[in-house]
Design a protein around this ligand. Sequence first.
Ligand code: SAM
Length: 196
Amino acid sequence: MRGFLIIGNEAFTEPFNLSDLPGAGRIDILCRCVSQALFLSHSIRKGVEVYLMLLGEPDPPKAIRIRSDELRRMSPDERNIAGHIRKAVGYKLTKDWTETNSGIHASKKTLKELLTELSTSWEIYYLREDGKDLHEQVSKIKNPLFIIGDHIGVKRAEEDIILEFTKDILSVSRLSLMAEQCVAIVNYELDRAGII
Ligand code: SAM
């Protein structure tokens, strides 16, 4: 298994206009991360979970979970993925996971509540430019979940929570990359290392 958690600092928490994903708090970034995390050429990866933490107005926080093994009716394009996110944020959500599509669940969990839950089954790694080189660390990694910021990065308040749960801080390059590029590189490194 491998997992990704993307922090959407301004990602809208009510249904948004599918024709303006950047204007919906950069939902486009989250969609590209989902696409890079889940999709192969003409198929979907097995054993991948993607979590999206939506922290934008008007009803934050909202957490979305996408499980590749249960997923139906998603395609790799941003608009299709955004349609699933839009549907999920439109539900009346509670602290428990609500299924909004096969393989997609949503809740009103805070970041701390989400990480408390995830830390029982994942080794949590925080991706940051100044971390240890993933390429050198990858052989030590088991059942990892990687936390990645959006265009804003990760704000201090969220970073303080993340660091409580983090096994290590890892870097994929000395350059500051786009979030979806980090997802693609992590998949590449884990694939090369034979980590399923
Ligand atoms: N201006 C933002 C900042 O200073 O945090 C840039 C954030 S970057 C566009 C988005 C996210 O990708 C970061 O929060 C980090 O999680 C991840 N990231 C970007 N470059 C990385 C790198 N070289 N190694 C590890 N993670 C990286």
